[in-house]
Write a protein that binds this ligand. Structure first.
Ligand SMILES: Cc1ncc(COP(=O)(O)O)c(C=O)c1O
Length: 391
């Protein structure tokens, strides 16, 4: 008799595998790479799309790894909800595209990340969206930047490369008085404070940096009120801005040590900043934890437990910066930040390369400026390398 349960090998190969039965659950979150999910019937598909039951259908809309990462980030930020996007820039794009219509206006703080300035000033400008600038350290300066069509105010908690600290509570008060929402790019300052508790409406991260923590993720996150994040999520799927499963899985793993990394790097950074300040080859150190930093008072108010991993210092000129970089034995010139190992960047040849020399002068960015992202090394080992560079 023919065995009717037996199917052709081609069929066996092609059919989806069954999940193995298990009464236990994995402790570590499974990486779910499926781009699509099996739906029982039409009632279930309706119920999931209507939000009446939980479930995933198509990974560009949502998937378990992004949902887990978003939930943890929302918890950390004190937000109702969060959305995982394909990069920090994708998160910004989702926020701007959802918040601004043609003819609207956005107020930006001075000295934002260059691509953010390009996104608004070049790309959104093509759709009739206008912008103006204010000084994030002086909340009153925001008043002059607001217009009747202003829909959003955008700042970075700590700016690059001079580590200026935004007066988030002051800015939130003025923005809300005018009926405008405040968004804070918190990339340089995760866990140092909670922008939403300080009055922000949205908080964004390039999870590529400190959240990922190991330079192997490209991802962005935006958190805020659920109704707003639901709208952003829909838009992000339409524009194809959502994040993938593997990077979400890696970023969730990175988050598990974030608190330890922030604590340790804040302690090391303050010590290194103090030592650099006393070194005769260093003209100036920019670290919000130093009493000499122009925003130390606000930083001390906003960051009760430490000032973060990021600092910059001036070694005098381009030649000195080049010599310093070449003399270092261990700290790599790698223009990103937030890694477990200390890395350095040189703003005028990387992040701020496309500004004119006049703009550098205007922003106080010098050719000898070196930016450090402090990692987890022992402080003495790190200092030995830095001293060798400065010798
Ligand atoms: C402050 C800040 N915001 C946003 C971004 C953009 O993030 P991503 O590179 O993940 O798109 C960066 C990247 O360096 C950044 O430094």
């Amino acid at each position: 008799m023919a065995d009717h349960t037996r199917v052709d090998d081609a069929t066996t190969c092609a059919r989806p595998s069954e999940e193995p039965p298990s009464a236990t659950r994995p402790l570590s979150p499974p990486l779910v790479l499926s781009s699509v999910y099996q739906v029982e019937d039409l009632a279930q598909v309706d119920s999931i799309y209507n939000g009446d039951s939980a479930g995933f259908i198509y990974a560009r809309d949502s998937h378990p790894n992004a949902a887990q990462l978003a939930a943890k980030l929302a918890l950390l930020e004190g937000a109702e909800a969060a959305l995982v996007c394909g990069s920090g820039m994708a998160a910004e794009s989702a926020l701007f595209l959802a918040s601004l219509d043609a003819g609207d206006h956005i107020a930006l703080s001075e000295g934002l990340y260059g691509r953010t300035v390009g996104l608004v000033g070049r790309e959104l400008a093509r759709f009739g969206i206008e912008c103006s600038y204010f000084d994030a350290t002086d909340a009153e300066s925001l008043r002059a930047a607001l217009r009747p069509k202003t829909r959003l105010v955008f700042v970075e908690t700590i700016s690059n490369p001079l580590m200026r600290v935004a007066d988030i509570p002051g800015l939130a008060g003025i923005a809300h008085e005018a009926g405008v929402l405040l968004a804070v790019d918190h990339t340089f300052a995760p866990l140092l404070c909670r922008p939403i508790d300080l009055g922000a409406d949205f908080v964004l991260h390039s999870a590529t940096k400190l959240i990922g923590g190991h330079s192997d993720v490209t991802l962005g996150i935006v958190a805020g009120r659920k109704v707003k994040i639901d709208r952003l999520a829909n838009l992000a799927s339409t524009f194809g801005l959502t994040g993938n499963a593997f990077d979400s899985w890696l970023a969730l793993r990175g988050l598990s040590t974030l608190s330890l990394r922030v604590g340790r790097t804040s302690t090391t950074a303050l010590e290194i900043a103090n030592r650099l300040s006393q070194n005769s080859s260093v003209m100036k150190v920019n670290y919000p934890g130093l009493a000499s930093h122009p925003d130390h008072a606000i930083a001390a108010r906003l960051f009760p437990e430490g000032y973060g991993a990021m600092m910059s210092f001036d070694v005098g000129g381009r030649e000195q910066a080049d010599r310093f970089i070449r003399r270092l034995e261990h700290i790599p010139y790698a223009p990103s930040l937030g890694d477990v190992s200390t890395t350095l960047s040189h703003p005028t040849t990387t992040s701020h390369r496309f500004l004119s020399p006049d703009q550098w002068v205007q922003q106080g960015i010098t050719l000898g400026l070196i930016r450090l992202s402090i990692g987890l090394e022992d402080v003495e080992d790190l200092w030995r390398d830095l001293e060798q560079g400065l010798a």
